[in-house]
Design a protein around this ligand. Structure first.
Ligand code: APR
Ligand code: PHB
Length: 393
């Protein structure tokens, strides 16, 4: 077996692994990333597209701010529609001038992959049989198979950035981890289409037929979603059916403006809230989707990955730079405090805006009232806006 060594072995080349790897490499901390999928697969995944200011700052720091600032769209507000009513949430006005950046996760990933290549960062793709060893000591190691050959990577720390289905969280003994989970009784059917977005701002639509979201990737590429049944098959949804269902869930004056066209990506995503505690076990740190999942309403998934990376980066920088373990020891607690706030917000937005097949009339009335109150109270709108632009870190 070939043995190599590095300071931090990163499992997974999603946004978490790539961001962390770049920040560490840029201050001279050596990393190796091992990724199960192919580079093509990593670059073709379509996910959400709204970045908080904290994520924007982190990406700038990782040296990938250029294209994001050139092509990303700054949004100072969004709309919530309730049946046929339209309400604007003035993010900038409610938060003292803050905004979000609409820039797809696919583009973020591409920028990070390119930058890692430019700065000679090592990533092994299509790696098989990844296993983590000796996590409770200070000389952990990772074994895997690269192009048919067994490889051992010795390191000081392992960053588990391998998503919800990865190997890292599963390497922690069950007695040392506690999980919290809620599965929602519906999914999101999403499409990408090269048509201009129906509005220059996002629209979150609450409707008796179910939730819908009008988003975008650019002024010529739209991203739309509708709430669907958890068990729906993608083949049961033609483009025409999608467009007509979307239109029915929007106020008529918006629906009439909708430009339709062929979709070039169409998929159904289940909705789940999940948190694993703690986010550290010995020399292993869990980061991003490996430790937590939020439903996409509010677009917090990638932004939480960014705040985890920020806290872990600070800890590793102090450890390797100043031999100071304090921030690293505080990683799990610092990250989880922010994670739970975003889990709460995503759950709240999801619950308020969707139709639950299992809700009794009482619960429905409560949620209608929650939405009506949120849209009429400046205090409630401020709380929504403060969370949407992202709590500070
Ligand atoms: N070994 C190596 N790599 C693995 C393994 C494994 N056993 N299992 C999964 N991976 C890889 C996946 O192929 C993927 O490239 O880990 C990566 C995890 O990436 P993401 O799932 O994107 O998770 P993360 O980087 O934490 O990003 C969080 O991106 O996934 C979205 O919705 C999510 O927006 C959120 C953000
Ligand atoms: C998206 O553009 O994919 C998107 C935007 C906002 C969300 C979720 C997804 O809340």
């Amino acid at each position: 077996m070939k043995t190599i060594s590095t300071q931090v072995c990163i499992i997974g080349a999603g946004p978490s692994g790539l961001m962390l790897g770049q920040l560490l490499n840029d201050i001279g901390i050596d990393t190796i990333i091992v990724e199960r999928a192919s580079l093509d697969h990593v670059l073709s995944r379509v996910r959400a597209g709204v970045l908080e200011q904290g994520a924007v700052r982190l990406l700038e720091r990782a040296g990938v701010g250029g294209r994001m600032h050139g092509e990303g769209l700054v949004h100072e507000g969004f709309a919530i529609t309730c049946e046929d009513e339209i309400h604007r949430i003035d993010l900038a006005g409610l938060t003292g001038g803050q905004s979000v950046m609409v820039y797809g996760q696919t583009e973020v990933t591409r920028d990070l992959v390119d930058r890692r290549a430019e700065t000679s960062g090592v990533t092994h793709y299509e790696v098989e049989a990844v296993e983590l060893h000796d996590l409770d000591g200070d000389r952990p190691y990772v074994t895997c198979r690269v192009e048919g050959e067994e490889l051992r990577i010795d390191c000081r720390f392992i960053a588990g950035c391998d998503g919800f289905h990865g190997a890292s969280r599963r390497a922690v003994p069950e007695s040392a981890i506690r999980t919290f989970e809620k599965v929602y009784p519906f999914g999101w059917l999403g499409i990408l289409s090269d048509v201009p977005p129906v509005s220059h701002e996002l629209i979150y639509a609450s409707h008796s037929r179910g939730f819908a979201l009008c988003s975008m990737r650019s002024m010529t590429r739209s991203r739309y979603y509708i709430q669907c049944n958890a068990g729906d098959s993608i083949d049961a949804w033609s483009d025409d059916q999608f467009w007509s269902e979307l239109r029915r869930r929007l106020p008529p004056e918006i629906g009439e403006q909708l430009t339709t066209g062929p979709s070039f990506e169409k998929s159904i995503a289940p909705l789940r809230s999940f948190v694993a505690e703690p986010m550290r076990f010995g020399s292993l740190f869990l980061v991003g989707d490996a430790a937590h999942i939020v439903p996409p309403t509010g677009a917090k998934g990638l932004n939480l990955a960014a705040s985890d990376v920020h806290y872990l980066f600070e800890g590793l920088q102090a450890y390797f730079g100043d031999s100071d373990s304090e921030l690293l020891n505080a990683y799990s607690e610092r990250a989880l405090a922010r994670v739970w706030r975003a889990v709460r917000f995503s759950w709240w937005m999801t619950t308020m805006l969707h139709r639950f097949p299992d809700h009794a009339p009482f619960e429905r009335r409560i949620l209608e009232t929650e939405l009506a109150y949120t849209l009429e109270s400046d205090a409630a709108k401020s709380a929504l806006a403060e969370n949407y632009v992202g709590l500070p870190y």
